[in-house]
Design a protein around this ligand. Structure first.
Ligand code: CO
Length: 481
């Protein structure tokens, strides 16, 4: 590669040299999830959707992740209806969602018929790109959602959960990329949920994957540790095809780096971003007062907006660090924090180096705190860690420590097969259990994933309707209609 950095600087003839790099906008999903716990209502952003559609993004990430749960639980919105409404207004730009493979948008494994139905309905209601990942990068947890997405003519993007460990070598990542291509995925993504991937690591990883797979490669990171702008720059130089960014007013901190800034910088280096700068400004001007409102109400906390480099020292994601602090505070044992910081990587090693992403980050954190507080390591083992050790979440990236296995499971045997194969079909049973208030397959799916929350939502929907009927009868009687 040429190191002639000065040539053509600022004239659009730098390292990009006309190469395309495209953007996925995250303001409607990951940015909001990272900064304001996914509390943005549909009516707050409805009027900017047409403008977002005109920016020139590769895709608009707007659904999945925590949005589904939050819509039902806190916002009184039907997530499916939100998706249809977005689709009505965003006609050109592909809509993208995040799916946790066999866990869908919940926290446990669902039967294959439920997974297939969920994927089909997501596409029916307007999703074009489904980004699918598994916490352990166990492809058996992705195969059904990938094949169903492809069958329904959606784009099945498999995201690799990024982490570092002795077994997470470039060689192993390259093999994973080849396996993902063989699985039939449409594209690949490196998903660095904690923002700990350095520019140098990213450059090498993108190169290694590009040498081993022909699939388009996306890179996803967060600004948490301050690395993200540099990481994306190196991603672009190494040949990544798409990066994930957020409009500047909802960028930075635990969110993605700013769309406008990266478009500006990469454009000047000669990359063709395809983004319309004035359309970007229109969109950001819309979101700025919204952001200010969230700051004023305290929903957007200064803590999530800054840069926190601690995660780099401990190799523990920022969200997990604050969780460990909270656990120790609750036990009035904050003085044990240094011990827990030492114990956490040991637990991760014992468990076979799982990436520290939901739900593994919680499991490893709780176990580390327990090991330190009890004094006797693995004397207490949570239900979740036990089922992880039984193989119910999939295969650990490296072998689990045999002493830990013995201590936690005794003579109980672990499964080596695919856990979902042990589950009976779920759609019919879910439908029966959801009852008459579930009016569609979409409702049944909402119910299967979040039973209590969905049941309450259906009930409230019914009450609202009854109210409306009553109101129009009164109006009719008053001769107003
Ligand atoms: Co993310």
């Amino acid at each position: 590669m040429s190191m002639d950095m000065g040539k053509g600087m600022g004239k659009g003839k730098g390292k990009g040299m006309g190469k395309k790099i495209r953007f996925t906008e995250t303001v409607l999903r990951d940015a909001g999830q990272s900064l304001i716990a996914t509390r943005m209502r549909y009516d707050e952003f409805e009027t900017i959707l047409e403008a977002l559609d005109g920016v020139g993004y590769y895709s608009l990430e707007c659904w999945g992740g925590a949005t589904f749960d939050t819509c039902l639980r806190y916002l009184g919105e039907d997530p499916w209806e939100r998706l249809r409404n977005i689709k009505k207004r965003v006609k050109k730009t592909p809509l993208q969602m995040l799916l946790r493979g066999q866990n869908l948008l919940g926290y446990k494994h669902y039967p294959d018929d439920v997974v297939r139905s969920f994927v089909a309905k997501s596409i029916d209601n307007g999703i074009d790109v489904i980004r699918i990942f598994d916490a352990l990068n166990d492809l058996r947890n992705l195969e059904v959602s990938v094949s169903e997405t492809v069958r329904r003519q959606g784009i099945a993007q498999v995201a690799v959960s990024y982490t570092t460990s002795p077994v997470h070598t470039l060689e192993n990542y390259a093999k994973l990329a080849r396996d993902i291509e063989s699985l039939g995925a449409s594209s690949l993504c490196i998903k660095d949920m904690a923002g700990v991937m350095s520019p140098a690591e990213c450059y090498e990883l993108v190169r290694a994957i590009k040498e081993n797979s022909k699939l388009p490669l996306h890179v996803h990171t967060h600004s948490t540790t301050g690395l993200a702008f540099m990481t994306y720059l190196k991603a672009a130089e190494a040949g990544a095809d798409v990066i994930d960014t957020a409009l500047s007013s909802f960028s930075g901190g635990t969110s993605q780096p700013a769309t406008e800034t990266l478009s500006y910088a990469l454009g000047q280096m000669g990359f063709d971003t395809g983004l319309d700068a004035s359309a970007l400004k229109t969109c950001n001007d819309f979101f700025k007062p919204l952001r200010d409102q969230y700051i004023k109400s305290g929903q957007m906390d200064a803590l999530v907006m800054g840069t926190d480099a601690d995660a780099l020292n401990y190799q523990i994601p920022g969200g997990m660090l604050s969780n460990l602090v909270a656990q120790l505070k609750a036990q009035n044992a904050l003085d044990r924090f240094p011990a827990v910081l030492e114990e956490t990587p040991r637990v991760r090693k014992d468990l076979g180096y799982p990436p520290l992403v939901t739900p593994m980050s919680q499991m490893v954190g709780v176990q580390a705190v327990s090991n330190v507080m009890v004094g006797d390591r693995y004397k207490n083992v949570s239900k979740e860690v036990r089922s992880y050790l039984r193989g119910e979440y999939g295969a650990a990236p490296a072998p689990v420590d045999s002493d830990v296995l013995k201590k936690a499971l005794g003579d109980e045997k672990s499964i080596t097969g695919r856990f979902a194969d042990t589950l009976p079909p779920g759609m019919e049973a879910g439908k029966a259990e959801a009852g008459p208030l579930a009016e569609s397959t979409e409702d049944v799916l909402s119910y299967i994933i979040f039973p209590a929350v969905a049941a309450k939502f259906f009930q409230q929907r019914e009450e609202k309707r009854a109210c409306r009927v009553k109101y129009s009868i009164v109006q009719l009687e008053n001769g107003k209609e």
